[in-house]
Every structure is written in C-alpha cells, then in structure tokens.
Design a protein around this ligand. Structure first.
Ligand SMILES: Nc1ncnc2c1ncn2[C@@H]1O[C@H](COP(=O)(O)OP(=O)(O)O)[C@@H](O)[C@H]1O
Ligand SMILES: [Mg+2]
Length: 638
C-alpha cells in the first residue's frame, strides 16, 4: 500500500470510530447535572435573569405597536414621548440583564470545568503504570483539553441557550397569539418547510465537528510523540520524515475540507433562515395589513406582529438544533466520564497500615504474575485501536519465592526477559501479583505485611528504586532531587552529588543546582543522567533499595566510583539488586538466578560456581566478559 493509502486508511479508521451520533444515556445527563449541583444558587439566578430578559425582549415590540396606535389615534405628544422613554429604559434593562446572564452562564460553565478538570487530573494520576504503558499521551492530553472544553461549551453555551430560548419563544408566541392568532398561525406554517432540513443539517454539522476533533487529536498525538527529544531522535535515525509529513498533511487537508464544508453549511443555513423569516414577514404585512384595512386588527398590532416575528425564528432554529448540540456536548462529557470510570487496578485499602518500623525484610511468596490485558487497564480510544486486546498476558512469573533478611542484599541475575525487572516492579507495587504475596517486614517467613495492605505514602517512603532508563522531570536539578526529599537542604544535595561523582560537573554549570535538565534529561549525557538518578536515591535514603541495572549506562571509571557510593547507600539497608557486573553480584549475600520466570538456582557466588550450573555458565559468558571490558576502562560513550 502506498503511503497515501496508509494515511487514508488511518483517516478512515478514525472517521468510522468517531462518526454516528451516539445516543447519550440518562445516566450521563444525571452525572452532568451532578457537576452543576454545587452551582445551584447561580443556576436559579440564571433562570430568573433569562425570564426577565425574555419579558424585556417582548416589551419593545409591544411598546412600538402602542406608539403606532397613538399616532393613528392622534394622541397627545406626551404619550408618544413617554412610550419612547419606556422603550429606551427597556433597551438599557435588556443590556444589563444580558450582561448578568452572560456572567452567570460563564461562571457556572467555568466552575463546572474546574471541578471536572481537577477530578480527571487527580484520577489519571492514580492510574497504574500499566495504563500509561498503553495510552498514547497525545490522545490523553487531547481528551483532557479538547473534551473538557467541549463539555464546558455545553454549559456556557448550549444549556444556557436552551433555557433562555425556551422562555423567549414561549413569551413571544403567547403575545403574538394574543395579538392575532390567525396571522400567527399562518406565519408559522412556513416553519416546518425550513425546520426539517435544518435539523438534518444540524446533525451533519455535529458529525463533521466530531470528525474534525478526532483529526485534530490525531495530529496532536503525532506532534507530542514526534516532537520530543527521544521521538525526534528516533525519526532522524529510523523514521521516514517524508511519509510522516504526508500523513500529517493528509489529516490537515481533511480538517481544511471539513472547515470549508462546515462554513458553507452554516452559511446556507443562515441564508435559508433569513429567507424564510422574510417570507413570513411578507405574509404578516400582507395578511395583517388586509385585516387592519378591514378593521379587524389595529395598525399597531401589525407592527407588533412583524417585530415579534423577527425575534421568533432565531430561538426556534436554535432550539431545533439544540438536541444535536447538546448531544455532541454530552459526547464530550461521556469521553471524560469514560476516563473517570476507569478503575485504577491498584488502590489503597481503607484500613491500610504503615510499613513496620526498624530494619525491614523483603519476601516473595510463591508469586505468580502476568501483565494485565489491555481491556483491564486502558481505553481503545486512547490506544488508537478500534478494539482492545482482551487476551490475558502470558504468565511472566511462575511461582517465585525468596526472602531477603533485613540489611541483606540479594542479587538477581539471568538472561534478558527472564523476569527480573518484573520482580522489581512487583516489589514497588507498580503492579499487583495474581497469586502469592509480596511482603515487607516481619521476623520470619510469612510474618511480614503484604504490600497490598500498606499505605501508598508509607511504601513510597520506604522504597527507593533506580532503573536503567532513570527519568528526570524537565525541571531544575534541585527540584528533581527534592522530589525524593522535599526538605533537602543545599548541603544535602551537594553531598549526594559529590557521592554520585557529579559535583564538579554541576558546580561548573552557570546555574549550578538551578540548572534545568532537558526533557527526559537530554541535555545531560546518559551517564550523567544515570548518576543524577542515583543521587536522587542517595538523598532519599530509603529503607529498601531496588537497583535495576542502575549502573548499566556508566563507563567503568565512573561505575567503580558510583558503586562505592551505592555500596555506602546499601549499608545496613535491605537491597534487591539486578546487575550484570560481577563486582556487584559478588558482594551480594544471596544470588538468585532467574530464568523464564522461575528461580532456577540460589546461593553465594562460590557455592554457585561450585555447583557448576546456569550461574557458572552465565559467569563464564556474560559477567566475565563484562568485567574484562570494564577493566579496560573504556571512556564513557555518550
Ligand atoms: N509492560 C509489560 N507488558 C507486558 N509484558 C511485559 C511488560 N514488561 C515486560 N514484559 C514481559 O515480561 C517478561 C519479563 O520481562 P522483564 O521482567 O522486563 O525481564 P528482565 O528484566 O529479566 O529482562 C518478558 O517476556 C517481557 O516481554
Ligand atoms: Mg530488566
């Protein structure tokens, strides 16, 4: 398939997934009103203001009719002037009431959005890591921005429009029917000719808008993914920029086409509306004038009817489209609720306890685990797929048991993909086990507290982890360190930076600790970034240390130095170390050899060498080599 073909098929996929006005449920409406509940006082004020506005709007035509009648009856000048003054007062009143209504509806709309936005942010923050490994950041951010704004327009625009239009329409009709039911009814006859196609057009417009929103979100996703340092690097190294541009251009082109169609549809709509109301006006003048000549209608009433008619068609058409507009606004709400309804798989129990004090043991008891399937943790619309993978992941750990006594270090070794990092993630409760248990503390086997019974804060404080691809926020060095210990002083920071062998480098920077590290820490070299994440661990001083190939990105000179620092950091702490360097492994109290999700050997370095099994094999191939290379002291590659 040509690239254009690919681009168009992905466009098609989006179109299909997004089109079709989904009916919204009563549940959604109820929830939306739930968000409005705290603003009840303002809502009531808004309805009152809308009613007042509608009365004032009807007053002007009625007064104008009286002026005409006064002129024809040759009344005195005073009456006419008095009526004119009243019309002026009504105009000022209308302006004032308009301001108040506008202020109320936007205050309510913005208020609802603040609630919705903070709730979604808070909720997404609590989602498990599995959610983020599946979601496309761009799609998520677009939902937080565009859909929340779409939901806001429902409140500020549509819902408030409905209230004021219904009131205006009802009052206008009452006054018109009262003036001349015959003229009114005949003037309304033209309406259906116009309203039926108008409704169809309204729903067409909503579909187009929805499609445009989907394309905008897709472009946003493409940009957020490609325009980050790692994404841009990847495109430069492997990507096909021309095809990326072509795909982007295809989407942008479709948004243009939709924009033009929307504009033309709207213009046709307005023109048709103007035409129909002009025709109805002709009818009012003709029929009304005829009746007035026959004495069946006052001349002033003809003016009243004509003026009211011009105010009738606008709310009528607005209302005829309101259903569609409310529906598309509710779709926005639904898309936001969809995220709020995702249950975080990992939650804190109401009666959660703190990590037991004192030195803490770590225990895995017959742990089985498979990574959760997509439908448990994610949404199809956020992954950019049409249906979610419901296959349960293959079991990755098949009954892993081990115990690390307080203050001891266990080293996990094994080939890549064996399940070592998974063990680290289960210990820090980034995922929960399927069966078995991960426990902290306790004096003997089975006596510790299950991590699922621990308070999040307490577990977070107790554990410290450094991974191979340590992440830094795009903030200053100091704030990245304070993340681990908010009350750290400058001295504390320099101390850990010194131990992580970063002090001279950071001292030489013009802004020192206040230097902003690039997105993902890209302005630092890989080794420097790694050492900064180690400094972050050192400043945290956790009771349990997890190192997942923490020194893999370091050159041997620095590694030796940082190892020393890590050695100090591990002093007296319980540690789980995943390593591929012999020096680290040798220092461990126990070595566990993990293969295919099982512990296949355990013992000390010497014991395992004597046993001459898998460890001995790894030792001869992997570690011996790594160590030999390390000893040649190659310079840091990046
Ligand atoms: N987020 C994930 N979702 C699904 N499967 C995963 C995920 N992370 C790792 N795996 C799988 O789990 C297995 C163990 O991975 P891992 O624990 O990272 O291995 P190791 O750290 O020993 O190299 C591998 O087969 C890997 O493909
Ligand atoms: Mg790993």
């Amino acid at each position: 398939m040509s690239m254009d073909g690919v681009a168009w098929s992905s466009l098609h996929k989006i179109t299909r997934a997004q089109s079709g006005s989904q009916p919204f449920s009563k549940e959604t409406l109820k929830r939306v009103l739930g968000f409005a509940a705290p603003h009840k006082g303002k809502l009531i004020a808004f309805v009152i203001a809308s009613i007042a506005g509608a009365f004032l709007a009807v007053a002007t035509p009625v007064l104008a009719g009286q002026v005409v009648d006064a002129i024809i009856a040759k009344a005195d000048v005073g009456t006419v002037i008095w009526l004119a003054v009243l019309i002026a007062i009504v105009a000022v009143g209308e302006a004032g009431v308009g301001l108040v209504t506008r202020w109320l509806s936007s205050t309510i709309g913005e208020g609802v959005i603040v609630d919705l936005r903070t709730r979604v942010f808070d909720h997404v923050q609590r989602m498990p890591v599995a959610f983020f490994t599946r979601t496309r950041t761009g799609a998520l951010v677009s939902r937080l921005n565009n859909d929340v704004i779409g939901a806001q327009s429902a409140f500020a625009g549509t819902l408030s429009g409905v209230v004021s239009n219904v009131v205006a329409l009802a009052l206008t009709l009452i006054v018109m029917l009262n003036t001349s039911w015959l003229v009114t009814v005949l003037a309304m006859v033209l309406l259906p000719i116009f309203l039926i196609p108008a409704r169809r057009m309204g729903s067409k417009l909503a579909d187009l808008r929805r499609e445009a929103a989907a394309h905008n979100a897709a472009m946003g996703t493409q940009m957020t993914e490609r325009f980050s340092a790692p994404g841009a690097t990847l495109v430069k190294l492997f990507g096909r920029p021309d095809e990326e541009s072509r795909e982007f251009a295809a989407r942008a082109g479709r948004v243009r086409d939709i924009g033009i169609r929307t504009a033309m549809l709207q213009f046709t709509f307005v023109t048709a509306l103007t035409l129909v109301s002009a025709l109805a006006l002709a009818l009012v003048y003709g029929l009304g004038g005829w009746l007035a000549l026959g004495g069946q209608l006052a001349p002033g009433d003809v003016v009243v009817l004509a003026l009211l008619l011009t105010r009738l068609y606008a709310p009528l058409t607005a209302l005829s489209n309101a259903r569609v507009e409310i529906m598309s606004a509710l779709v926005s709400f639904e898309r936001v609720f969809e995220i709020l309804d995702l249950q975080p798989l990992i939650t804190e129990k109401p009666d959660a306890v703190a990590v037991p004090s004192g030195p803490v043991a770590v225990e895995f008891h017959d742990v089985r685990f498979s990574y959760p399937s997509a439908d448990k943790v994610s949404l199809a619309s956020l992954e950019d797929v049409s249906t979610l993978d419901t296959r349960g992941g293959e079991e990755v750990l098949h009954g892993v048991s081990f115990r690390v006594e307080p203050g001891q270090t266990v080293a996990l070794v094994g080939s890549s993909g064996a399940g070592k990092s998974t063990v680290a993630q289960l210990l820090s409760r980034l995922y929960d086990v399927d069966s078995g248990a991960v426990r902290l503390g306790g004096r003997g086997p089975g006596t510790g507290v299950d991590v699922r019974d621990l308070q999040f804060d307490s577990l977070r404080d107790a554990l410290g982890m450094v991974t191979q691809d340590g992440h830094l926020f795009h903030e200053t060095i100091a704030s990245n360190l304070r993340l681990a210990r908010p009350d750290a002083t400058e001295e504390d920071m320099w101390e850990v930076l010194r131990r992580a062998r970063l002090e001279p480098m950071i001292r030489s920077l013009p802004d020192g600790l206040e230097t902003v590290v690039g997105e993902r820490g890209y302005r630092l070299s890989g080794g420097e970034r790694q050492r900064l994440t180690i400094a972050r661990l050192l400043i945290k001083q956790p009771r349990v240390v997890i190192l997942d190939e923490a020194t893999a990105a370091l050159d041997s000179t620095n590694e030796a130095a940082v190892q020393a620092a890590l050695g100090e950091a591990l002093e007296g702490r319980t540690a789980v170390v995943i390593a591929h360097r012999l020096s680290t492994i040798r220092a461990a109290d126990v070595i566990l050899v993990v293969e295919d999700g099982r512990i296949v050997e355990r013992g000390t370095h010497t014991e395992l060498l004597v046993a001459d099994g898998r460890y001995a094999e790894l030792y001869r191939t992997q570690f011996a080599e790594a160590t030999a290379v390390a000893e040649e002291a190659v310079p840091e590659p990046n």
